[in-house]
Design a protein around this ligand. Sequence first.
Ligand SMILES: C[S@@+](CC[C@H](N)C(=O)[O-])C[C@H]1O[C@@H](n2cnc3c(N)ncnc32)[C@H](O)[C@@H]1O
Length: 387
Amino acid sequence: MEFQEMKEYLLEQIGTKQLVSATISQPRAKSNEVKRVKLKPIEIKNTYHIQLEYQYERVLKHENITLNAFTEKLDELLEQFRQLHIDFKAEKVQAQLSKKNKVIWKSEKAIDTKTVDLSHNRKKNYLLDENTPYPFLIRLGVQTPDGKVKKQKYDKFKQINRFIEFIDDTLAYLPKDKTVRILDFGSGKSYLTFALYHYLKIEKELDIRVTGLDLKKEVIEECAIIAADLEYDQLEFLVGDINDYNDETAVDMVVTLHACDVATDMALSRAVKWNANVILSVPCCQHELNTQLDAPGLNIMLKHGLIKERFAALATDSIRAEILNMVGYEAQLVEFIDMENTPKNILIRAYKTGKKPNSEQMASYQQFKQMLNAKPFLENELKEYLN
Ligand SMILES: C[S@@+](CC[C@H](N)C(=O)[O-])C[C@H]1O[C@@H](n2cnc3c(N)ncnc32)[C@H](O)[C@@H]1O
């Protein structure tokens, strides 16, 4: 196929709304700032558009153009890049261009004729794409350098994606007029801290400053090296204990993922005291209530160690959520990731509302606590907010 013929064919296919998705890559000049462009159709105000996602070294930028503007855009893209992978509804196309625009063209029928979801905000847009190389995922060993998710890291990849969906839901609650301050307590190897940074800073281009805190010095040092390598200059890592971390006055989002036992409560209480707009917390082992539980009415459950442990964990999270509800948050317990991947799958998600609790709510909390003989650590931490 000749170059001109190829161009006309592509314009005809795209002009008749056959595009499902495309990736245009291999810059002709090494100095090209844009490394790859992804295309997909979207509908904006009832008009068909093509969305272009430009991948720079560390940033993604988006542009939406009408079909009329696409002819010129295609010329521009073909001047800059030499490789095209395109999924049309009924055909898969691969084209390689030489320096002088000789075309190697491969095309095959699509196995199934594809339908296209044109909605602008489809959830999929927010997730990390399986075949796109992301510098942080490569550096953390989740992806190979060409963007393939490593088999043994697939669960982690799914968890990261799920977490980013939750982060996306928080956008409306974050301040727009200042640097958004985010703390990740017990950040460990920090897969999710890097993911959060990538999503908010690189993809959403928000002005944020993130700190990951953990007890483990070596792990934190390694994370700091990775952040420096990636030039994530607003992401820092500190060695420290959640229980002693008192260095902030105001924080906008507090994240704790699998921080052990009452370290989760300490992080929640800090978040409330700092007036955080958003709290995302997946608790880990919950021993506190397990040792306090004394509820004769529940003996047929609690005499089984396994059930007692699980019950204590569920009751602890219910108590945590209720306390947050009583100190001005709207707190929900939602599934973080399916049980296949981890049994620690309850996320406490709380958004600041400032709403005061009513007496009925307070009474039912007291009743529940008394029934179990529970003396919640978090209640003690937040007693001045509960009175
Ligand atoms: C199970 S790991 C989870 C790491 C990471 N948040 C994740 O979800 O992949 C729990 C981390 O919390 C840290 N941690 C537990 N208690 C802590 C405390 N009191 N202060 C700081 N870090 C703590 C541990 O060192 C560990 O790295």
